[in-house]
Design a protein around this ligand. Structure first.
Ligand code: CMX
Length: 133
């Protein structure tokens, strides 16, 4: 499936505005934009850093996966996204290997990327996102 780079690291936060005080003001990593992903009930802020990005995730509703995550585990690293060249091919390959997929077909995420999530039960406890740009 030829993963190329860590596309981004997703961090669940209660408030993007509050989190930016640390990431932008204290660390000097500038946010390039805030976007709502209605389907996932999240607001996202992307902060490019070298070949990768930090993605801050704030829930926009109580039933958002990010709200559930914060309720259970508190704020912190929510997922890691790796970039693949061909998402369908990567999903078929993982399926054949018996890996538990959350998304069996690609969907659209922030920034227009095509994405699919792999269940933490199959990855050693890490929610993994595959991303094709
Ligand atoms: N990282 C690691 N483990 C996680 C996790 C996460 N982010 N979220 C849940 N888990 C673990 C739970 O701790 C639980 O483990 P145990 O059974 O050992 O307790 C297990 O996964 C199942 O969790 P759950 O709470 O019973 O199930 P949920 O209903 O919360 O669903 C998940 C979990 C991952 C299937 C769901 O959150 C999901 O489908 N996520 C993909 C979509 C998503 O996260 N969207 C937000 C980001 C969108 C974006 O970046 O654009």
């Amino acid at each position: 499936m030829r993963p190329t780079v860590v596309d981004h690291i997703g961090i669940a936060v209660k408030s993007i505005e509050d989190a930016l005080a640390f990431w932008e003001s204290s660390l000097g990593i500038k946010c390039t934009g805030i976007e709502e992903v209605a389907e996932q009930r999240v607001k996202t802020a992307f902060l490019p850093l070298g070949d990768t990005e930090v993605e801050l995730l704030e829930a926009t509703s109580d039933d958002s996966p990010v709200a559930k995550f914060i309720e259970k585990k508190g704020e912190g690293i929510h997922h890691i996204a790796i970039r693949v060249e061909n998402l369908e091919e990567a999903l078929n390959e993982l399926k054949e290997k018996g890996i538990k997929l959350i998304d069996e077909t690609p969907r659209y995420g922030a920034g227009g990327a095509r994405i699919a999530f792999v269940h933490p039960k199959s990855t050693g406890g890490v929610l993994l996102e595959l991303s094709e740009r």
